[in-house]
Design a protein around this ligand. Structure first.
Ligand code: ASP
Ligand code: MG
Length: 401
């Protein structure tokens, strides 16, 4: 039996926690289970490294950022190996180069292409616990890449798939996936089981508990994921293909504050304009999420859409560069907005979910600025200041505790 266990930054934030993780992994090891440990950087190390870099050069090349950020995970795995050695357990730390974990070339946002399993398998077979750096890879230029913030989850799932592990456990500082952020919503409760599709929507829409690409990979390779706490033995949340739906219309509510709304006004109401606008953004590698187009009047129309906050500046610059060609009269950018989403597989077969959500928002006087839907989610764009009250209202409407 082989288990991949991933521990997040808070779970390895200091000496006590590192020793706690080692002790926990040792329990399985002593039962004869082969253990691969994937680690994040300790505590807020990655944030500190980013600040350090920005202090020296706010426009640091992404290649150098990856070179820097990858050191955080390398610190964790070396210390963890030392902890195991201190307990008399054979262990070895490996970085992405040593494994090798091959990724695409895109610095700061690389994706796994292939993982060589020989080295890890060899170390496991010689009786060691293998500790692997999360979040990083190697590209075809033999450069270090990183997978984007929160990417260690994806390392764990990719390894579980490559090694055909029997389980992939994601340990964090909360007990699992919740119906809403428990720090904001009092009645939020732990979800026992959730489908890949629901989890993917939640992760993409702001629930920080899992990196969205890890869920994508888990679905693709059928890796059953368990999210649980490193601080206690509570059972956690299982993410898998099909769940025993508990008759719930909505599985969870998520908030994404990392969004900005851009509006382009007065563009020509003719074929091809939307294509040209979004083509400019796509070529600039900017992901667009919600899109709203107004009804045309006097031969013109307005289009508004949302992008990640950090992309807003570049998006506006790109549009300005092409303003004449895109027939844009004026551009407006708003950052004080947030996305609130409800997600649930039960929506596919039940009418009235949108109405119920909008009613909850109406009840607390929250204005909706944009709406987007998929088969299993409804997202609204609201004012940032309304987020907490809106999340509580919507949660309480769907999920009774
Ligand atoms: N250390 C990286 C981050 O803080 C990756 C991770 O923790 O998953 O984003
Ligand atoms: Mg994380």
């Amino acid at each position: 039996m082989l288990i991949v266990k991933k521990f997040g930054g808070s779970s390895v934030a200091n000496k006590e926690r590192i020793l706690n993780v080692a002790a926990r992994c040792a329990e399985d090891y002593k039962r004869g289970i082969q253990v691969v440990v994937v680690l994040s950087a300790m505590g807020d190390t990655t944030d500190r490294l980013i600040n350090l870099a920005h202090d020296i050069n706010p426009n640091a090349p992404k290649r150098e950022m990856d070179m820097l950020l990858a050191t955080g995970e390398q610190t964790s795995v070396a210390l963890m190996a030392m902890a195991f050695h201190g307990m008399g357990i054979p262990a070895i730390s490996l970085n992405a180069f040593q494994v090798v974990m091959h990724t695409t070339s895109t610095y700061s946002n690389a994706r796994f292409k292939r993982i060589d399993s020989e080295r890890i398998t060899h170390e496991l077979d010689s009786g060691k616990i293998v500790i692997v750096t999360g979040f990083q890879g190697v590209n075809k230029r033999d450069d270090v890449t990183t997978l984007g913030r929160g990417g260690s989850d994806t390392t764990a799932v990719a390894l579980a798939a490559a090694l055909r592990a029997d389980a992939c456990e994601i340990y964090t500082d909360v007990e699992g996936v919740y119906t809403a952020d428990p720090r904001v919503v009092e009645g939020a409760r732990k979800i026992k089981e959730i489908t890949y599709d629901e989890m993917l929507e939640l992760a993409t829409l702001g629930a920080k508990v899992l990196h969205n690409r890890s869920v994508e990979l888990a679905k693709k390779y059928g890796v059953a994921l368990v999210v649980r706490s490193s601080m206690n033995k509570a059972s956690g949340t299982t993410v898998k293909e099909v769940t025993q739906v508990e008759g719930m219309l909505v599985s969870g509510v998520a908030v994404d504050k990392n969004t900005a709304r851009i509006a382009i006004m007065g563009v020509k109401n003719e074929p091809g304009i939307a294509f040209k606008v979004f083509d400019v953004l796509a070529k600039g590698n900017i992901n667009v999420d919600m899109i709203l187009q107004s009804i045309g009047r006097d031969g013109t129309k307005d289009i508004s859409f949302t992008v990640d906050k950090e992309d807003a500046k570049e998006a506006v610059a790109l549009l300005k560069d092409n303003q004449a060609r895109l027939t844009i009269e004026s551009i407006k950018e708003e950052k004080n907005v947030a996305k609130l989403s409800v997600v649930g597989a039960g929506m596919q077969t039940n009418a009235g979910v949108a109405a119920k959500m909008f009613e909850a928002l109406y009840d607390v006087g929250v204005n909706i600025r944009m709406i987007a839907t998929s088969e299993i989610r409804i997202t609204v764009l609201i004012d940032l200041e309304d987020v907490d009250i809106a999340m509580r209202a919507v949660h309480n409407k769907f999920i009774d505790d």
